[in-house]
Design a protein around this ligand. Structure first.
Ligand SMILES: [Zn+2]
Length: 230
């Protein structure tokens, strides 16, 4: 499961969201997180993707070489009815610059309920970077945009000051895959496992699968105290 997906999940018992998300194991190798941090620090993240190997190709080419084919873009900007609108793999609908950044700020604020209990130091560094430096940069830029001419035809120029940050968030939220983790309802505190990358969200009326009980045994020490254990 990708972190991004958590913004569209809700508890089947009481429709509450967002879930508290605890990550136990990533499907990606730690090297991917290291490359991502390194690419961000060197300003080399690129606005294109390669389904086969999303992160391998991004760090040795100057970031000014955008590929303009729509399928290869992570972040797309275009001019619609005199306004620059944005689309990216996290936000998925076209929105104006202020709506676009509002979505990110709201989503990043919800990350307070995310914790990374994996053995990957680089993945934890990605989460820290997202919550501190990147969140601050986007918030500061959002505060400034009322004084910026958002009718510019070149949307990339408009988001240039935070472009590496937005690319980082796209790679982190959309390409990194949680292999095993726990979702906890903020209201009823029922737990739902993520097993083999799939969130398994079943109503109480269904009996727990043996795979759920195995999962519970394996990760028991990381369950928060207030979770309803059944
Ligand atoms: Zn619930």
């Amino acid at each position: 499961m990708k972190i991004w997906l958590n913004c569209s999940l809700a508890c089947p018992e009481d429709a509450s969201y967002p879930f508290e998300l605890i990550i136990f194991k990533w499907e990606n190798k730690e090297e991917k997180f290291r490359q991502l941090l390194d690419g961000y620090k060197k300003d080399l993240l690129l606005n294109l993707r390669n389904e086969e190997s999303p992160l391998d190709i991004h760090f040795d080419v100057p970031n000014s070489e955008f590929k303009k084919e729509e399928d290869n873009l992570i972040i797309l900007s275009e001019l619609k009815r005199g306004k620059v609108v944005f689309y990216d793999t996290n936000v998925i609908h076209l929105s104006t610059l202020s709506e676009y950044l509002e979505w990110y700020l709201k989503f990043l604020a919800e990350l307070s309920d995310l914790s990374d209990k994996t053995t990957y130091k680089s993945a934890k560094d990605c989460l820290d970077l997202t919550r501190t430096v990147i969140y601050e940069k986007i918030r500061t830029y959002y505060d400034k945009i009322s004084s910026i001419d958002t009718k510019k035809e070149d949307g990339y120029e408009l988001i240039q000051p935070i472009f590496q940050d937005l690319l980082f968030l796209n790679y982190y939220f959309t390409y990194m895959e949680i292999d095993e983790g726990l979702l906890i309802c903020p209201k009823c505190k029922r737990w739902y496992p993520i097993i083999k990358t799939i969130p398994r969200i079943y109503p109480k009326s269904m009996k727990r699968e043996p795979m759920d009980t195995d999962f519970q045994k394996k990760w028991r020490e990381f369950y928060p105290d207030d979770v309803i254990m059944d």
